[in-house]
Each structure stands twice: as structure tokens, then as C-alpha cells.
Design a protein around this ligand. Structure first.
Ligand SMILES: *[C@@H]1O[C@H](CO)[C@@H](O)[C@H](O)[C@H]1NC(C)=O
Ligand SMILES: *[C@@H]1O[C@H](CO)[C@@H](O)[C@H](O)[C@H]1NC(C)=O
Ligand SMILES: *[C@@H]1O[C@H](CO)[C@@H](O)[C@H](O)[C@H]1NC(C)=O
Ligand SMILES: *[C@@H]1O[C@H](CO)[C@@H](O)[C@H](O)[C@H]1NC(C)=O
Ligand SMILES: *[C@@H]1O[C@H](CO)[C@@H](O)[C@H](O)[C@H]1NC(C)=O
Length: 422
């Protein structure tokens, strides 16, 4: 009898746990930070303080470029870490009135720089490597400064024989080489490319509502995600959907929309036509001229969240600190978040196309982006869980590294501005 009671209790626990995990899907940001949803507001407030402290600190450190590497945040440790090469100037920094009066000092921790490299040296090496990339045209690589590691990193694929000359020349800048087939990349969450054979039978619906992160596709290419709504900065009647450059290939392609929960291609509706531009390749973004009567609220789709299914975009912003959170919405993996790892990476596509000034974000050992998420918005939460500022769009995946094109490049090179629907 006692045993049966125990068994029943166990069953009850199993049942309750199961039910709990079904009902209680954590916010993507809570998953990144590995905390409960209830702690998020507090941590967002801490992150904002740390970002402000880091900005002040970065300005101070500019005068001491022969003493420090980079700086980065750790929200859960409530700390801005400073990679320090020469500790003799630390008392001078600590004594600066900007840090004392702002109360930022208590968040700042000077730690020995792992590779003893100064930020000025890293920047010099990185710039030289970029010059080599332009000259020797390697393919299929990703180069960036890893602030935590305190060195320049080149991610590459061993199979690309054509890169030999480049690597021989790059060696003198002592980059850390990471192979794309290293063990950390084995656990792929992404399914094979979802190239859809959708027949386009779209009925024209009245005022289709299109959320950022939903599906946009054309007749011949894979499906991508809707980035955001923009308008020509000289003619506000010209409205565009921004998506990734490789989502637009042929001249004047027609584009269609699907929600996330579509069942058939009949659910699609035509939205517009791509605008031909050399910037599609040069900068990896594309503008789709909205020609149909659709409604695009400035809202990011976040259906998997219990309480915040639609995130309101409150404007655009540059990211300024390493290890800040960066989330993205896309039709394959929906909303996921990573830590900002780099703000000016250079990627070279297998075709040889070079893209510069890219943001890298990652969640160690996890892929936060899969192929069809390309084009979707990347954002950071403001001081609550229902509003966000737009930072970038998703453009490429490098195994566990997600690559984003910053908003400021799209706005300046596309001659567009953000549209606000409220
Ligand atoms: C943050 O604190 C944890 C626990 O004390 C420590 O293991 C970790 O290394 C710290 N993070 C950094 C970036 O130092
Ligand atoms: C700290 O700054 C004050 C005034 O700004 C100065 O008088 C003092 O000598 C400084 N102390 C150190 C250790 O640099
Ligand atoms: C990949 O496919 C499996 C099986 O069809 C599905 O359960 C899973 O959710 C898919 N993963 C992603 C990231 O779409
Ligand atoms: C975009 O669409 C509008 C409205 O259909 C049209 O007037 C305009 O010429 C198009 N612009 C471009 C650059 O294709
Ligand atoms: C964002 O960064 C770019 C490049 O560094 C700069 O040109 C632009 O002015 C910045 N925008 C804001 C709002 O700070």
C-alpha cells in the first residue's frame, strides 16, 4: 500500500513537471541568461547601467591605448571587465571623476588580458588582415577581433585549398585559427535548407497584416524573413520591406508573404517587388518595394512568448558594448538571443563576396539562427519585455555564430529611414 502511494506520488510529480514544462516556456532572453522570467527586468536594468559605465570607461581608455585590451560586460556578475596589460595606470583610471561621481566604479573590474594584446595592436592586426583579404581574395572565412580572447580570430574551412596564400601571409599577425569542423560545431539544431517548392496561388487578401520576422519569399529562392518596414528618406510614399541581400537575386522579382503558422501556399499574398541595386550584394541587404495594400505595424513577432507575443519597435540604436544581449526573430527558429561578440567583423562568402562591419552574436555551443531566418530583425529589449530597439538584420550563420548587418549601414546605404506605426 505504501509503495503504491509512493508510486502515485511519483506519477503525480512526473505529471506536474511535464505539465509545467509545457505551459511554462521561458522567454528567449531568460534562456540566454539562464534565469527565471521574473529576474529579467532586474537584469535588463543592470545591463543598462553596465552599458553606460562601459561607454564612460571606453572614452577614458582611449587616452591609454598602450595599457589595455578591450572591455566587455557580464550581466549576471554585474561587472564590466577590462582586459589590462599594464596595471600601473589603473589607479589613474580609478581616480577619474567621471567614474567616481557616476557611481560606475563599483561595476568595473580590471583583469589580466589573456593574450597581453593591446586594443591598438589588435586593431592594427585586424586592419592588416582585412587588407590581405581584399588583396588575396580568400573564400569562405570570417575574421573578427574576439574581445574576451583578446586576439584576432579567423574562422575557416579546411577544405578551401584556395586560401593557402592568404593564411601564409596572415600568419605574421598571429590570428587564432578556428576550423568550422571543430567539435563545438557538431550539434546542429538547424534542419537542412528549407527551399520551398511553394506554388504561388496567393489570393489577394484585404489589408494583410505583416509582422517583422514572418516569411517573405519569391518564386525561385528559398524563404527568408521580413526584416523591418522602412521608407525612402526623400519620398515617404515609397515604402519598403528590408530583408537580406541574398534573398533578392533576379531583377524585379515579385515577393510574397506568409505568416509563421501557414498551412498551405494558398495562405500567401503578394507584397511587392525587389528593387535592383548593387547594394544587394555589396552590403547584403535588399529593399522590397511594397506595391500591395498591406499593413506593416512596427512590431516584431514573438509568438512563443506567453505574455509578449508582439514586441513594439521603439526606434533604432547602435550596439556599443561587447556581451550585450542581442535577440532576433525569424521564421525558422523564432525569437532566440545571443551575446554580442563583435561589432565590425568581416565575412567572405564562398562566392568571394566580402561584407564588412558585421555584428556577431552567439550563445556558446548553440545555434541561435538557421538559414531561413535570414533578413529577420535583430533587436535588444528596452527596460521591459514588450518594447525593443532595432539593431540589425540577420544575414548569415557560421555554425554557432550568428552574423548580423547593422541598422546604420542599411539606413545610410539604402537611403531609408525607419517607419513608426504608432
Ligand atoms: C562570473 O562569475 C562566475 C562565478 O563567480 C565566474 O565563474 C565567471 O568566470 C565570471 N565571469 C567572468 C567573465 O569573469
Ligand atoms: C586623484 O585625483 C585628485 C584630483 O582629481 C588628485 O588630487 C589626487 O592626487 C589623485 N590621486 C591619485 C592617486 O592619482
Ligand atoms: C527540424 O525538424 C524537426 C522534425 O521535422 C522539427 O521537430 C524541428 O522543430 C525542426 N527544427 C527547426 C529548428 O526548425
Ligand atoms: C515602387 O512602387 C510604387 C507603387 O507601386 C511605384 O510607384 C514606384 O515606382 C516603385 N518604385 C520603384 C523604385 O520600383
Ligand atoms: C552608429 O554607428 C555608425 C558607425 O559607427 C555611426 O556613423 C552612426 O552615427 C551611429 N549612430 C548613432 C545614432 O550613434
Amino acid at each position: 500500500m505504501r509503495n503504491i502511494h509512493l508510486l502515485l506520488n511519483l506519477l503525480l510529480i512526473v505529471f506536474t513537471l511535464n505539465k509545467y514544462s509545457l505551459v511554462h516556456a521561458k522567454e528567449a532572453l531568460a534562456e540566454l541568461w539562464d534565469v527565471e522570467d521574473s529576474e529579467l527586468l532586474n537584469l535588463l536594468a543592470i545591463e543598462e547601467k553596465l552599458t553606460a559605465a562601459d561607454k564612460t570607461l571606453q572614452l577614458l581608455l582611449e587616452n591609454y591605448d598602450s595599457s589595455f585590451g578591450g572591455t566587455y560586460l557580464d550581466v549576471k556578475n554585474r561587472t564590466v571587465y577590462v582586459n589590462t596589460v599594464d596595471f600601473s595606470v589603473v589607479p589613474i583610471i580609478i581616480n577619474s571623476s567621471e567614474l567616481i561621481h557616476s557611481g560606475y566604479l563599483k561595476f568595473i573590474k580590471f583583469i589580466p588580458a589573456p593574450a597581453k594584446n593591446l586594443m591598438a595592436t589588435l586593431t592594427f592586426w585586424f586592419n592588416n588582415i582585412v587588407e590581405l583579404i581584399k588583396k588575396l581574395r580568400p573564400v569562405n572565412i570570417l575574421a573578427y577581433i574576439d574581445i574576451k580572447l583578446n586576439n584576432v580570430v579567423i574562422y575557416y574551412n579546411l577544405k578551401d585549398e584556395i586560401n593557402k596564400r592568404f593564411f601564409k601571409s596572415a600568419r605574421k599577425f598571429m590570428p587564432t585559427l578556428l576550423q568550422t569542423n571543430s567539435p563545438i560545431n557538431r550539434h546542429s539544431r538547424c534542419n537542412e535548407t528549407e527551399i520551398s517548392q511553394l506554388q504561388i496561388l496567393g489570393v489577394r487578401m484585404i489589408k494583410r497584416r505583416i509582422l517583422n520576422g514572418e516569411v517573405i519569399f519569391n518564386e525561385i529562392d528559398r524563404m527568408c524573413s521580413v526584416g523591418f518596414w522602412s521608407k525612402n528618406n526623400k519620398n515617404e510614399d515609397l515604402n519598403y520591406i528590408v530583408t537580406a541581400g541574398h534573398c533578392c537575386v533576379d531583377r524585379s522579382q515579385l515577393f510574397y508573404h506568409l505568416p509563421w503558422n501557414y498551412r498551405r501556399s494558398q495562405d500567401s499574398t503578394q507584397v511587392g517587388e525587389m528593387i535592383e541595386s548593387i547594394n544587394n550584394f555589396k552590403y547584403e541587404f535588399c529593399l522590397v518595394n511594397i506595391t500591395e495594400d498591406v499593413y506593416l505595424p512596427t512590431v516584431i513577432r514573438n509568438t512563443d512568448s506567453e505574455d509578449y507575443r508582439e514586441l513594439i519597435i521603439e526606434g533604432g540604436k547602435n550596439i556599443t558594448s561587447y556581451s550585450n544581449h542581442l535577440c532576433k526573430s525569424g521564421h525558422i527558429t523564432h525569437v532566440t538571443c545571443g551575446y554580442v561578440k563583435e561589432l565590425k567583423a568581416v565575412s567572405v562568402h564562398p562566392s568571394g563576396q566580402i561584407n564588412m562591419g558585421l555584428i556577431i552574436a552567439s550563445k556558446e555551443f548553440f545555434e541561435t539562427v538557421c538559414l531561413g531566418d535570414s533578413g529577420g530583425p535583430a533587436f535588444s529589449y528596452l527596460q521591459d519585455l514588450s518594447t525593443a530597439s532595432l539593431n540589425a538584420i540577420t544575414i548569415i550563420v557560421w555554425y554557432d555564430l550568428s552574423i548580423f548587418l547593422p541598422l546604420h549601414i542599411i539606413l545610410s546605404k539604402g537611403g531609408v529611414e525607419l517607419v513608426r506605426s504608432h
